[in-house]
Design a binder for this molecule. Structure first.
Ligand code: AR6
Length: 184
């Protein structure tokens, strides 16, 4: 049983879950992708492995149509072999010290992912801790931006349940302390 904490926000709920996002069976999971939507390591690699090769083919079709996805952008595909019905692919910023628009791009990655979910009439969306692995965003700063943006999304938008999957107990405890300060 994964560790979970929940916060009522507006008429919705935000849950923090210590666990693997590829097991999520909601309307959509969000992938922390790269601008080429080419697959990679971390959560991106795990999602592509679990979804099967059709996911990469769908990503290639999108890149052929729109070109590279900038940091802060988001696009949606089916979930293929995943339990979740869709994958929303977003690109977080690469951390370059904090004065290169990283906060705005990270906020946009969360907000644009919620916008794709709303357009597709989805009500349950799950996120990883975007940019906090290979892209090096400090975990505490990322948590504050993510939770503020997701809280605003629950207050204003059609999405009713947001789950954030944290990989490892340290990340879970840190995000929980930021969430307690913001929502309790
Ligand atoms: N479930 C939930 N969270 C996970 C999982 C999982 N299965 N696996 C890893 N994490 P990262 P980024 C956490 O590096 O920093 C890729 O190669 C992980 O502990 O996956 O946005 C892409 O192709 C970390 O906290 O994404 C890009 O090139 C968080 O997910 C680049 O990495 C994000 O770490 C994107 O880097």
């Amino acid at each position: 049983m994964s560790e979970t904490v929940s916060y009522a926000i507006g008429s919705g709920v935000l849950r923090l879950i210590a666990g693997d996002i590829t097991t999520d069976d909601g309307d959509a999971i969000v992938n922390a992708a790269n601008s080429a939507l080419a697959g990679g390591g971390g959560v991106d690699g795990a999602i592509h492995r679990a979804a099967g090769p059709k996911l990469l083919a769908a990503c290639r079709d999108i890149i052929a149509r729109i070109g590279r996805l900038p940091a802060g952008g988001a696009v949606i595909t089916p979930g293929f072999d995943l339990p979740a019905r869709h994958v929303i692919h977003t690109v977080g910023p690469i951390w370059r010290g904090g004065n290169d628009g990283e906060a705005e791009a990270l906020r946009s990655a969360y907000a644009q992912s919620l916008a794709r979910a709303a357009e597709a009439n989805l009500t349950t969306v799950s996120f990883p801790a975007i940019s906090t692995g290979a892209y090096g965003y400090p975990l505490d700063q990322a948590a504050r931006i993510a939770l503020e943006t997701l809280g605003q999304g629950l207050e204003s938008g059609p999405v009713r349940e947001i789950r954030v999957y944290l990989h490892g107990k340290n990340a879970f405890d840190l995000w929980r302390s930021v969430a307690e300060a913001l929502f309790s």
